[in-house]
Design a protein around this ligand. Structure first.
Ligand SMILES: O=P(O)(O)OC[C@H]1O[C@H](O[C@H]2O[C@H](CO)[C@@H](O)[C@H](O)[C@H]2O)[C@H](O)[C@@H](O)[C@@H]1O
Length: 720
């Protein structure tokens, strides 16, 4: 075996490697491999190419970069060993680019100065979303070290459930691809989501949906089926290398089998040799063994990852090329309208960062807890920050979509909403209404299943029926199934009283109203409704009585709605944890059973609202007005109530006593002291429990100018 190890190294090496087990193929000299055409790609005759004509994307890709014939030499002089040592260094380590040994106390100082060049993507979030306005965000995510923390055993690199749901959320709003060094199947298995695209083997194995092929008719790709049997496109520029990689994989497994901790993985189009768990003294041995195997495969090359040597074909293809390919194949290559965001931690991700930087497109975000040179623009410290960033993106997008609904008008006509709202107030837990409620603050009113569509049509029928035939059919408070049954049975088949007389008339009414409803819903001229919708959006409601927005059971965690109007809106059972509704108006709104832990209601007008059975722990009610608000059975533990006005609010006695222990301040709007409004220190009043205020017997003063609540003649404000 040829090597330039010193005697000590050779002795070490001898312990592991006695026999040359390498297959004797190829020459030890690196030469330019011939360009690979489709037939050489090994495309099976039964697999249908996406395009038979035109210049193939792959014909340029598969021409290997011209390299001078070189003789591979010693792993130390060719820089392998250096690269291995600097791969994934611990925090306290010489950081080459900064040339200093960083003591743990200094790491933050150095890291912070490094962040001047690579600002935190979290701190730059506003900047990112400002740039994203009117653009389509496209997300690319590396897996190891980005979505899952680096662990010793590559087979146990799992992502957390939180991360999975964040990625799912992101994929629901933006085209999202996972680009990993692992095999596509493996990374798909680890991520476990179907809503995304996957590119395995450093982008050499890309699966993407068939409907997106229109823009890539010139590209070389094949049709295949995914695990669910769905037709998809496969782009595999290194198909020709599958058997070679397999052979090298087996050889590497064989030659490293006696090195404790060494692990070889087969990723189909590339293979990895891990040395994370190998004693550092033996890294040289690992490097030399891989080096010697590669001598026989001039059409393979080596790249470095985090404590891993990655063997891959010499083709002009990497994660950067994969990003470009995906943008093009998804019809998103127009740089003015698209904002790609690539998040990755590894050297192989640098190719993608480079592409984005050179084309001045989007953002490369490096995940690193130590300073290092990168082509990325921004940084995130670790997978937890990645999680936070992804969640922020989702939250921002949902808020944008909500604005879209409110400001651009509702996507379905007002007429079609009326029966639906009626229906949902009767059957809030039906799957249709859950979708509907969400859609009111989401992008569109979309149907998910045929079942829901039929539920929706049934809604029209019931509603129209009731109007047209003045039927006394009672559907209130019935479970959906029995309502349906009841509707069908009583209305059509078992109305034994006036069946013969009323049936034809009812049928007529039913058919005509259902048809009318269907016409309104499905063929209404959206442009003609734009003005109406805009008007409704402006007044935040559909009935001209202030906001009738539906947030029942909505996920409003960390939502931000400052100084907005939610009069008479429905927040029943909404999850409002850590949301910010400061300065907003809620008069007459329904918030019962909502969870508003740590929510910010500073200066909010919560008067005349139903806030019973709410979780308000640690909520911030500073200077909020809660006059006449019903708060029974609500938990206000550790709520901040400085300056809050609880005049005539209905509270449980124990809750009131607890609040009185620390109540202070005066409401700046009403001028009422918090303690007075709670009746603190008034033992006689407290003996009776709520309502709390000594103002109870007096008519409520006009608090704010609230149309729909105040009587113009008397100036008194009260719930009508
Ligand atoms: O492109 P990626 O998705 O980041 O894949 C790169 C390599 O990731 C895996 O190895 C890395 O993560 C392991 C688990 O945390 C860790 O043990 C190893 O040291 C890291 O290098 C994967 O096992 C490799 O095959 C990929 O090439």
């Amino acid at each position: 075996m040829e090597s330039s190890l010193n005697t000590g190294d050779k002795k070490t090496l001898k312990r592991w490697f006695f026999i040359d087990k390498r297959p004797k193929t190829g020459s030890p000299v690196l030469t330019d491999p011939a360009p690979i055409n489709k037939s050489r790609l090994g495309i099976h005759s039964t697999m249908l190419p996406c395009s038979q004509s035109g210049p193939s994307f792959s014909s340029s890709i598969l021409t290997a970069p011209r390299k001078k014939p070189i003789k591979l030499d010693d792993v130390r002089s060719n820089g392998w060993l250096d690269a291995m040592h600097s791969s994934s260094p611990p925090r306290k380590k010489i950081v080459k680019d900064f040339g200093v040994e960083i003591a743990s106390d200094d790491t933050d100082v150095v890291y912070n100065s490094w962040m001047v060049k690579y600002p935190s993507a979290l701190n730059s979030f506003e900047h990112i979303i400002n740039r994203a306005k009117d653009k389509k965000i496209v997300i690319f995510l590396d897996y190891d070290g980005t979505l899952s923390p680096i662990v010793d055993d590559p087979d146990r690199a799992f992502m957390s459930d939180d991360m999975r749901s964040a990625v799912k959320g992101v994929a629901e709003h933006f085209p999202t691809t996972i680009i990993s060094g692992r095999s596509r199947d493996k990374v798909h298995e680890l991520v476990g989501l179907t809503e995304l695209y996957y590119a395995g083997s450093h982008g050499m194995d890309i699966m993407f949906p068939l409907q997106d092929t229109s823009s890539i008719h010139h590209l070389s790709c094949i049709r295949s089926t995914d695990k669910q049997g769905k037709e998809v496109n496969l782009f595999q520029p290194a198909r020709e290398f599958i058997s070679m990689i397999d052979e090298v994989f087996r050889t590497l497994v064989d030659v490293t089998k006696d090195i404790p901790g060494a692990k070889v993985e087969n990723h189909k189009f590339c293979t990895s040799v891990h040395y994370r768990n190998v004693d550092e003294k033996s890294w040289l041995v690992v490097a030399q063994l891989v080096h010697d195997v590669l001598k026989d495969y001039p059409r393979l090359r080596l790249t470095h990852g985090r404590k891993v040597l990655e063997v891959r074909p010499v083709i002009d293809w990497d994660k950067g090329k994969a990003v470009e390919f995906l943008l093009e194949s998804l019809g998103l290559s127009n740089s003015d309208d698209v904002l790609p965001i690539y998040i990755g931690d590894d050297r192989t991700d640098e190719d993608a960062f480079k592409v984005l930087r050179e084309r001045n497109r989007g953002y490369g975000i490096l995940v690193s807890s130590i300073p290092k040179e990168s082509k990325a623009f921004l940084s995130l410290r670790d997978t937890l920050e990645v999680l936070e960033f992804l969640k922020s993106l989702v939250k921002w997008k949902e808020q944008e979509d909500m604005k879209h609904v409110f400001h651009a008008g509702l996507t379905t006509s007002r007429a079609s909403h009326v029966p639906l709202i009626h229906f949902c107030s009767n059957f809030p837990s039906s799957s249709l209404c859950r979708t509907y409620t969400q859609s009111r603050y989401g992008a569109h009113f979309t149907f998910i299943t045929p079942n829901q569509i039929s539920e929706y049509l049934l809604t029209f029928i019931i509603f129209s029926w009731r109007i047209a035939s003045k039927s006394s059919l009672k559907i209130d408070n019935m479970p959906i199934e029995s309502a349906k049954r009841d509707f069908y049975q009583r209305s059509y088949f078992s109305d034994n009283t006036a069946k013969s007389d009323s049936e034809p008339r009812n049928w007529k009414a039913l058919v005509s109203t259902a048809l009318a409803a269907a016409v309104i819903t499905f063929s209404s001229d959206m442009s003609a409704l734009a003005d109406l919708n805009k008007y409704e959006a402006d007044i935040r409601g559909e009935f001209g009585i202030g906001s009738a927005a539906q947030f029942g059971s909505a996920d409003l965690r960390k939502a931000v709605h400052v100084n907005e109007n939610f009069r008479r809106a429905n927040f029943t059972s909404a999850d409002m944890r850590e949301s910010d509704f400061s300065g907003s108006t809620f008069n007459g709104a329904y918030l019962e059973k909502a969870v508003a832990y740590k929510a910010n209601f500073t200066g909010a007008d919560l008067s005349d609202t139903l806030m019973d059975r709410m979780v308000l722990n640690e909520a911030n009610l500073t200077n909020a007005i809660l006059a006449r608000t019903v708060l029974t059975r609500s938990d206000l533990g550790r709520a901040v109530i400085e300056g809050a006005d609880f005049s005539d609010a209905v509270l449980d006695l124990t809750q009131k006593q607890a609040l009185c222990k620390y109540a202070s301040g005066t409401n700046p709007t009403t001028g009422v002291s918090t303690r007075t409004s709670l009746g603190c220190g008034n033992s006689r009043r407290n003996a009776y429990g709520s309502p709390s205020s000594p103002l109870l017997s007096a008519p409520p003063p006009k608090l704010l100018d609230r149309d729909g609540f105040c009587d113009d003649a008397t100036g008194l404000c009260d719930a009508k």
